[in-house]
Design a protein around this ligand. Structure first.
Ligand SMILES: Cc1ncc(COP(=O)(O)O)c(C=O)c1O
Length: 400
């Protein structure tokens, strides 16, 4: 059991705490599920890009899925081998492509015909042959929140099957492109297996077709997306997930690459925040805390639900909004929930805050970002210092 009061006292609030043992268990569950085939788990750094989190996963054997050269550099900085790094994203800049090619990463996931030409051009300039995969958009509804749905033709991600075929043929005929992989990712926080299975079937058939064209795909990248329970969701079991994917791959000699983010780190995280004040405006009760939307954006952005626990003994409950100090009405963690009566400095724990929480944080309202702490084998350690005012003005000060 993590002693949140103790950690809040030691490191102050707002504070992120990550249980590294949970991350380890999640990694092992997933890796084990795919043991029937060659597999590589490429952690999606965007979920939580703290260097110590990435290093923890690297030590377990993970590679990384990156969506900017910054993320590629984070992976390299903690010692992830370049042959375990994938670079995805719909809008890669020339300088990012150039650097990725110089680092000799495993492959660049190409998301449009225009990007394929760009990668070819840059590889030619560098006298290199770029290892690529193509992100196929299978046009399957993943049945998740529209903001994190990516596998439909009206989403900006990937290309349709016919364009993908054209692109593979183009790549095969270019001395500067080496099509080694295929990629799809239909969305995040997935809780239904059928869309994943259907997508995998479509993409596996493409791989078979490519094989008949003498295009030999070695890496079958199924993206990420496995959901976690924030409330009471029914979840896909890692074993069933792997079985569904593997059942579509008969006869194909491919390495399965999986790019989980949320599944690996989501349940490990806790956001600790303290009560500043209570107030009531024409019968509406607000509990105002020292954390805010700049620290944890998901409720404001997606109306996302997080379990919330107030660590006091008070049994007098009533409805309240839990809000931060930022000057936006959208700055809330929850609305109209039952909360006990609180006092100044009462500690509140917001759960399942390991994924897309700190990594989406900002300095909005000139608020310094929270500190981050890891707990492993019952030992806690700081993995990111709390920002101070000087950090906020570092890039501006010399111009005044
Ligand atoms: C290409 C790609 N791979 C992996 C992920 C990770 O998704 P998740 O955190 O749901 O596993 C994302 C998230 O958006 C993504 O876009």
């Amino acid at each position: 059991m993590i002693d949140f009061q103790e950690l809040a006292k030691k490191y102050s609030t707002p504070l992120y705490v990550y249980d590294f043992d949970i991350i380890k268990n999640q990694y092992k569950l997933l890796k084990d599920a795919f043991k029937a085939k060659k597999s590589l788990i490429c952690y999606a750094i965007k979920a939580n890009s703290n260097l110590s989190v990435i290093k923890h996963l690297k030590n377990l054997g993970a590679g990384c899925d990156c969506v900017s050269i910054g993320e590629v550099k984070r992976a390299l900085r903690v010692g992830i081998d370049s042959y375990k790094i994938i670079f995805s994203g719909v809008g890669k800049r020339d300088d990012e492509i150039k650097e990725a090619l110089k680092y000799e990463i495993l492959m660049i996931n190409v998301e449009s015909e225009a990007e394929l030409l760009r990668v070819e051009l840059i590889a030619k300039e560098l006298k290199k042959c770029a290892r690529i995969s193509i992100r196929v958009n299978p046009n399957i509804d993943p049945k998740t929140h529209p903001y994190i749905s990516t596998g439909l033709h009206d989403n900006k991600f990937g290309v349709d099957i016919d364009s993908a075929k054209r692109m593979y043929i183009k790549a095969k005929n270019s001395p500067h492109l080496n099509p080694v992989g295929v990629h799809f990712h239909i969305g995040s926080q997935l809780t239904q297996i059928e869309p994943i299975y259907e997508s995998s079937k479509i993409v596996a058939n493409l791989v078979r077709e490519l094989k008949s064209l003498k295009i030999d795909i070695k890496f079958f990248d199924i993206g990420g997306g496995l959901g976690i329970s924030y409330k009471d969701e029914t979840l896909i079991k890692p074993y069933d997930y792997a079985q569904a994917i593997l059942s579509t791959l008969s006869g194909l000699d491919v390495t399965v690459i999986c790019e989980p983010g949320r599944f690996l780190v989501g349940k490990s995280g806790y956001f600790l925040t303290k009560v500043l004040y209570e107030k009531t405006n024409s019968n509406k009760r607000f509990v105002i805390v020292d954390g805010a939307m700049n620290d944890l954006l998901r409720p404001s952005l997606y109306n996302a639900y997080h379990k919330i626990e107030v660590l006091n003994q008070n049994q007098e409950f009533s409805k309240a909004d839990l809000v931060g100090p930022v000057c936006e009405s959208g700055d809330f963690f929850a609305k109209d929930i039952d909360l006990p009566k609180t006092a100044h400095d009462d500690l509140i724990v917001i759960k399942d805050a390991g994924a897309y929480c700190f990594s989406m944080s900002s300095n909005y309202n000139s608020r310094a970002r929270a500190a981050e702490v890891a707990v492993e084998n019952n030992q806690d350690r700081l993995i990111r210092e709390r920002e101070v005012f000087e950090d906020l003005i570092k890039q501006e000060e010399k111009f005044i």
